[in-house]
Design a protein around this ligand. Structure first.
Ligand code: NAP
Ligand code: GLV
Length: 315
């Protein structure tokens, strides 16, 4: 089995070592079409990638599958991929628990006004604040896939009313589910805290913009942990500054790293983190990918694997 690894913005050596250790019979090579010594004749059976250049895809003519070392495949979907070659993304691999942890902390921090309490404490003030009503603190999660459904479950543990929205109808314990275009308006109107866990596709790009965010309950709050391009930055800023929205916690941005001069960085009502809500865990991910490679090599059908991307839908 020949495996080509091609990743940008990633420390690639540990992936090579990990894949070689997990698959001792395989040839695992680093392929960088922009590096000196690149051999366009070297062909692989499988590719393991993160945001590879088009030149890498174009150089490979015998791929049986492409493995993406992340959950989101939006960077891959921008490329011209070889017809008929399946794309397999990470399926959880330790991300959903991190995402549940991150979203719960953002919701709880906002609901319990931790920031204000901490600020009071640093100024030597002992202040009791009137608490919000949990029953009115409705949380709406857009995207009920691997990550969104785990987040809903975790939020429900704290007895917040939880709503979910997905493309196709879903049924999740303790979650009021909405689906499709027809369910979107009612979902937004009932939501106080909006969490985005959608894949970035042509249908979802810019989904959090003035007309949609204006439909949230007054005092609404936005948590974006999916992709920066889901959000129209200026619309969020305008709605916070007008007082319709109370603030936001943002982990993903149109440009990453987020430039220090971006208005989000200094905004008192916006909390920014550096795309860390659910990191790719290398050991778990290598184990998952190696397991799937062994299965495919042993003759398993691609359709039997979790995480196969529907290339028509783009996720
Ligand atoms: P997933 O399992 O594919 O789930 C995607 C969900 O979004 C599904 O419920 C899907 O509906 C729904 N959806 C897709 N298009 C829709 C549309 N047009 N309207 C309504 N719902 C739509 O994906 P996942 O593993 O949960 O990951 C979600 C995203 O999180 C990734 O794509 C990635 O961008 C992001 N992510 C971020 C981080 C981070 O650290 N910030 C880490 C990992 C992932 P159906 O169920 O009906 O198909
Ligand atoms: C991270 O953002 C991922 O898509 O895995």
């Amino acid at each position: 089995m020949r495996i080509a690894v091609c990743c940008t913005n990633t420390k690639v050596e540990p992936w090579l070592h990990g894949l070689r250790a997990a698959l001792p019979g395989a040839t695992v090579s680093l392929v960088d079409p922009e590096a000196a010594g690149f051999d366009p004749a070297a062909q692989a059976d499988y590719a393991v990638v993160w945001s590879p250049p088009q030149a890498f895809i174009d150089s490979q003519h015998s791929l049986k599958a492409i493995f993406n070392i992340g959950a989101g495949v939006d960077a891959l979907m921008k490329l011209k991929l070889p017809l008929g070659v399946p794309v397999i993304r990470l399926d959880d691999a330790g991300m959903s628990v991190q995402m549940a942890e991150y979203v719960c902390q953002a919701v709880i921090r906002h609901f319990r006004e931790f920031e204000a309490h901490e600020s009071d404490a640093t100024q030597g003030r002992w202040t009791y604040r009137k608490s919000s009503h949990r029953a009115e603190f409705t949380i709406g999660v857009m995207g009920l896939g691997v990550l969104g459904s785990r987040v809903c479950q975790a939020l429900a543990q704290f007895e917040y009313p939880v709503l979910g929205w997905s493309r196709s109808p879903k049924s999740l314990d303790g979650v009021q589910c909405f689906a499709g275009e027809s369910g979107f308006k009612d979902f937004l109107a009932a939501t106080r805290v909006l969490v985005c866990l959608l894949p970035l596709t042509p249908d979802t790009e810019g989904i959090m913009r003035r007309d949609t965010l204006s439909q949230l309950k007054p005092g609404g709050y936005v948590i974006n942990v999916a992709r920066g391009r889901h959000l129209v930055d200026d619309d969020l800023l305008a709605l916070i500054d007008s007082g319709h929205l109370a603030g936001a916690t943002l982990d993903v941005f149109r440009t990453e790293p987020l430039p220090a001069t971006h208005p989000f960085c200094q905004h008192p009502k916006i909390t920014v983190t550096p795309h860390m809500s659910a990191r790719t865990l290398r050991d778990e991910s290598i184990a998952q990918i190696a397991g799937k490679l062994r299965a495919l090599d042993g003759g398993a059908a691609v359709s039997s694997l979790a995480g196969v991307v529907n290339l028509n839908r783009g996720y």
